[in-house]
Unconditional design. Structure first.
Length: 201
């Protein structure tokens, strides 16, 4: 399979940091629509909800709703769509960026069938069912991108979450074999070097 080197563009111009208050504002706005929706927090959003970091560049969710339904709901809530691609559906609430991913596919990574069952139900906000994607799959999406801030986030997660490195490695390679991750073997080795280094610092 031909590997994709730039599945997910992530360019920011003067990015505004998004904090927990911004996240709660967005969630309450969507809850006010009184429509059933399931959201799985990923990346920095999951870290924000678990108090692993104080801010993030944007709000990231996977949803099991289809694009057409999300489009109708978000426009009703007053959000502005910047990019209609279902690989990364970008919306804005004023200057808060919201990235939506659909089904079990994010940044070239296709999750195994158990991804929903492995996720953590955090709470309900009205008819919103709010989950956190399981930490293994969050880390795998970050290894897949492997920017410096992704590695920093992974190390921060692993400092506070009790994760099995062997399980992570096995799951990563299982997913990588069927995903669009460029140089996936090199990326895991890079992560492992940084992880080992962090254990000795």
């Amino acid at each position: 399979m031909k590997r994709c080197t730039k599945v997910y563009e992530n360019n920011y111009k003067n990015p505004k940091s998004t904090n927990k208050e911004d996240l709660e504002t967005f969630l309450q706005l969507i809850a006010n629509l009184n429509t059933e929706i399931t959201l799985f927090a990923i990346g920095g959003t999951a870290m924000l909800l678990k108090n692993i970091k104080e801010s993030t560049k944007d709000i990231d969710f996977i949803t099991t709703l289809d694009y057409k339904t999300i489009n109708q709901l978000f426009k009703k809530a007053g959000l502005k769509e910047q990019n209609s691609s279902q690989l990364c559906n970008i919306w804005y609430l004023d200057n808060i960026r919201i990235d939506l991913f659909y089904d079990n596919f994010i940044m070239g990574v296709k999750f195994p069938k158990d991804w929903i069952n492995q996720s953590e139900h955090l709470r309900n906000i009205g008819k919103i069912r709010l989950y956190i994607l399981n930490w293994y799959d969050i880390i795998i999406t970050k290894i897949a991108r492997s920017e410096e801030r992704d590695i920093e986030d992974i190390l921060a997660i692993m400092r506070v979450q009790k994760l099995n490195l062997s399980f992570l490695k096995n799951r990563y390679y299982q997913i990588a074999e069927t995903s669009l991750i460029a140089d996936y073997n090199l990326k895991f080795k890079h992560f492992k070097r940084e992880y080992d280094k962090s254990k000795t610092d």
